[in-house]
Design a protein around this ligand. Sequence first.
Ligand code: NAD
Length: 285
Amino acid sequence: MAVYAVTGSASGMGAAVVERLVAAGHRVVTVDLRDADVVADLSTAPGRRDAVEKVLAAVGGRLDGAVLAAGLGPAPGRDRPALITQVNYFGVVELLEGWREALAAAGNAKVVVFSSNSTTTMPLVPGRAVAALLAGDAERAVNAYRIFGKSAPAMAYGGSKVAVTRWVRRRAVEPDWVGAGIRLNAIAPGAVLTPLLEKQLATPSEAKAIRSFPVPAGGYGDPGLLADWVIQMLSPAADFMVGSVVVVDGGSDAWFRADDWPRPVPGRRLRGYLRRMREFRKERR
Ligand code: NAD
């Protein structure tokens, strides 16, 4: 039996992950706004601190893995960009920073963060908002969304997911994470039929955009199917998986970006690439 923490456990894909872990005989400490072992509001710093401390107390300082599924979708509202930023970005990174030692204590922990295929299929997400988030500056990020008017919540969603995914890939390879036996990876779903998507489909303007979005496989993803991928990413099958982004989106990303990835290192980036080679050798000496 292993011990896991799962946020966003009360609904959608988080709930489907919990169901599978419990059925396999594992212990799960759940975190959500309601119906959870730890009821905490991840949109506030005190709520996040509470979630960190209560989970650590419940598991006795050792975690075999964590799934960060709590998230908010784009919806109309002036405050929505700030809320999305707090939950989708800080609600992941502050919890993982707080749980890192407990994950390291397990020796071979696995972490799965919910990203989104909006990271590669949503155009115009402002780079300066992403940079601000990675620097820990929520206010600067939210300010960068203002010029988008009614589309600000969608941009905040895209920005939060790009930033959290980059945070995952940066941290994943660091001595504090992979060096401590923690495998940190992300899953990037496309449109999956959960209450989050249902809420978007109930908003006429968003429903139109979602229904016209190219999904080569057709229809929407099933939350259980995404949870199956997460379970695999928590298993020993992920021992050699570090900083990966697993896209499960019915082909939308490939439709738009088939030639963008894989992409060899361009000549203008060669110096940076060679620098990273040297840094690695120095670190491991
Ligand atoms: P969902 O709405 O069914 O579940 C999200 C859960 O997060 C809910 O239980 C909710 O209560 C919780 N949550 C929201 N705000 C919170 C807060 N302030 N504090 C604590 N908990 C909070 O959504 P889902 O579709 O299962 O989404 C899971 C993850 O997958 C999210 O991060 C979402 O951004 C991402 N995602 C979803 C889709 C999709 O189409 N459904 C696509 C790509 C990525």
